[in-house]
Design a protein around this ligand. Structure first.
Ligand SMILES: Cc1cc2nc3c(=O)[nH]c(=O)nc-3n(C[C@H](O)[C@H](O)[C@H](O)COP(=O)(O)OP(=O)(O)OC[C@H]3O[C@@H](n4cnc5c(N)ncnc54)[C@H](O)[C@@H]3O)c2cc1C
Ligand SMILES: NC(=O)c1ccc[n+]([C@@H]2O[C@H](COP(=O)([O-])OP(=O)(O)OC[C@H]3O[C@@H](n4cnc5c(N)ncnc54)[C@H](O)[C@@H]3O)[C@@H](O)[C@H]2O)c1
Length: 499
């Protein structure tokens, strides 16, 4: 890690942010921009956080060549150029390394200092109201004070479930998979969620023999059921082995040699589940995330630590991201740490609100504006960059029914569109909208197929804007784009349009 933190002559700032991921950067910026307020970000690893160096960015860098090759293999005229060639794995890893700036955060620190935000390196812990203690790498401890606010943005770490032998086997976690330097010949992935499915996509795409062992009945189980089915079908067609409803009983690795992140951590590993077992060269744990709330001094602030413990470690917040149970409007929690939506773009959305609230409170303005209140609706867009991609927003039909809403789900096969037939051969995909039958507004949408990710924002806009299907009827998609899925879904819903 380069020592490029700026020298900070003061020990008091208006706003102190613990954790320098994009939400932390955004909250510092929004709380101070256009004012003479000061802010500092305290970061123990790299400014840019998990997303920039170990999560979103490297994973998407690894996935992109796989989707390009898959499209090329299914497009006559281009197909013959790529033939049966596999990926140039070394080049893929080199590009990934460039995208994560070889784990050098200089450009992110330069951005922060460029907009007037200071950066302090070290592990921060709350030490009472508006007070933070920072332990630097050399063990020295510095006390920092916040005039206005402390914002917690410490994120999450990979969960390693208490499976006998698993921890001792030194399994890969997501950081190893996204930053792999050695490519195992065979891998077992424990988990069937987003991390498991994206990692399976790039590992298989790079020639690894992949076995997925997930405890849920479907892959990507938080989505509409057809999403997990289409992904599992394609995984199996590509030669992966997918076990669902499977409980891992034990993991055994006689030779452990953890040589570092992204390197194979030892000899062969055997994973036992039910009556089955698989022996592989590496095991990747992708079984969810644990909030980084244990070692940040929450116990020094009233009953916040107890409240977090009651919520699996997540720090509960109000609609302005103030930590619940803390008087004086000075402590906030954004990003993964509050458990509302474990996604970078949602953490940044929370940061924009939280920063504006801190600014409004500092200036004695009303905090209740159109910009400063969490919508409270479940409008969380997410793209899972698997093969095929899964893009979803809002409620699934099952979730809407469970919430007591009267809904209708409408589905359509994406391969029936002129737009997808032009994109490539062998297009397999499906879309679904969930419609509130009382208001005719959209509550949820899911698109599964190659390159569907950019279809999602139209659905997000429609849901946030509470646009009715009758209004959407007049939003005409261009021919022959994949956006014509909207027309087909509306036709299926109205079938035929009523007068
Ligand atoms: C493999 C993978 C791929 C993903 N892909 C996507 C994607 O494509 N799109 C998407 O939206 N989301 C994705 N996510 C989720 C996304 O990475 C997280 O939602 C996001 O990183 C959360 O941001 P955050 O600010 O809450 O925390 P983090 O990014 O975890 O950052 C927390 C920061 O706080 C620092 N910190 C922690 N404790 C302290 C302390 N005590 N003192 C000082 N510093 C501290 C950490 O070092 C870290 O830099 C992915 C996650 C994984 C695991
Ligand atoms: N493209 C993206 O937006 C993206 C990509 C990666 C991660 N993320 C975010 O990161 C978060 C974490 O992802 P994740 O995949 O680790 O968690 P997850 O909660 O999405 O999935 C965890 C999966 O592991 C399974 N599981 C749990 N314990 C298990 C066990 N003992 N044996 C077998 N299976 C087990 C669960 O059934 C579940 O399917 C997600 O909430 C997601 O929002 C987002």
């Amino acid at each position: 890690m380069p020592d490029n933190s700026n020298s900070t002559p003061t020990d008091t700032w208006d706003v102190v942010v613990i954790g320098g991921a994009p939400p932390g950067e955004n909250v510092a910026q929004y709380a101070t921009q256009g004012s003479d307020r000061t802010a500092v970000i305290i970061e123990k690893e790299l400014v840019g956080g998990e997303c920039s160096f170990w999560a979103c960015m490297p994973s998407k860098a690894l996935l992109r060549p796989i989707s390009v090759l898959d499209n090329a293999r299914n497009l006559p005229g281009v197909q013959s150029l790529v033939g049966d060639h596999s990926l140039d794995n070394a080049a893929v890893l080199r590009r990934r390394d460039e995208i994560v700036h070889h784990h050098d955060d200089t450009s992110q620190v330069d951005w922060a200092t460029g907009v007037g935000i200071d950066v302090v390196r070290g592990h921060a812990r709350l030490a009472g109201e508006r007070t933070v203690e920072v332990t630097a790498a050399d063990g020295s401890v510095r006390t920092i004070h916040a005039r206005l606010a402390v914002v917690l943005d410490t994120g999450t770490t990979a969960t390693v479930p208490p499976i006998p032998g698993l921890r001792e086997a030194r399994p890969w976690i997501s950081r190893d998979a996204t930053n792999m330097h050695e490519i195992p010949r065979r891998i077992a992935i424990i988990g069937g969620g987003v991390v498991a499915c994206e990692a399976a996509t790039w590992l298989a795409g790079m020639g690894v023999q992949v076995t997925i062992i997930g405890s849920a009945p479907k892959l990507l189980a938080r989505n509409e059921e057809f999403a997990g089915d289409l992904v599992a079908d394609n995984f199996r067609a590509k030669g992966m082995t997918v076990h669902l409803n499977a409980r891992v009983d034990a993991v055994s690795r006689p030779q452990v040699n953890d040589a570092g992140e992204g390197l194979i951590h030892g000899g062969e590993v055997t994973v036992t589940f039910g009556d089955s077992s698989v022996t592989v060269d590496e095991v990747l744990v992708a079984a969810g995330r644990t909030p980084a709330s244990r070692d940040i001094g929450l116990e020094t602030i009233g009953s916040v630590a107890e409240a977090a413990a009651a919520h699996r470690g997540f720090v509960t917040v109000d609609k302005h991201f103030g930590v619940e149970g803390v008087d004086g409007d000075w402590l906030y929690a954004i990003g993964d740490l509050n458990g509302k939506a474990l996604l970078t773009h949602m953490g940044k959305y929370q940061a924009r609100i939280c920063g504006a609230v801190i600014a409004a409170r500092a200036e004695g303005r009303d905090v209740q504006t159109p910009w400063t209140t969490d919508s409270g609706d479940d409008v969380v867009p997410q793209v899972t960059f698997t093969d095929p991609e899964v893009a979803s927003v809002g409620l699934t039909e099952a979730a809407a029914r469970a919430a007591g809403l009267t809904v209708r789900g409408v589905e359509y096969d994406l391969s029936w569109l002129a737009g997808t037939s032009l994109q490539r051969d062998n297009y397999v995909g499906r879309a679904k909208i969930v419609v509130d039958e009382d208001t005719h507004a959209l509550l949820g949408a899911t698109f599964v197929g190659p390159d569907v990710s950019d279809l999602l924002h139209a659905a997000t806009v429609a849901i946030v804007g509470k646009v009715t299907l009758e209004q959407l009827w007049h939003a005409v998609p261009s021919y022959p784009t994949v956006s014509e899925i909207w027309l087909r879904l509306l036709e299926t819903y109205f079938n035929p349009p009523s007068s």
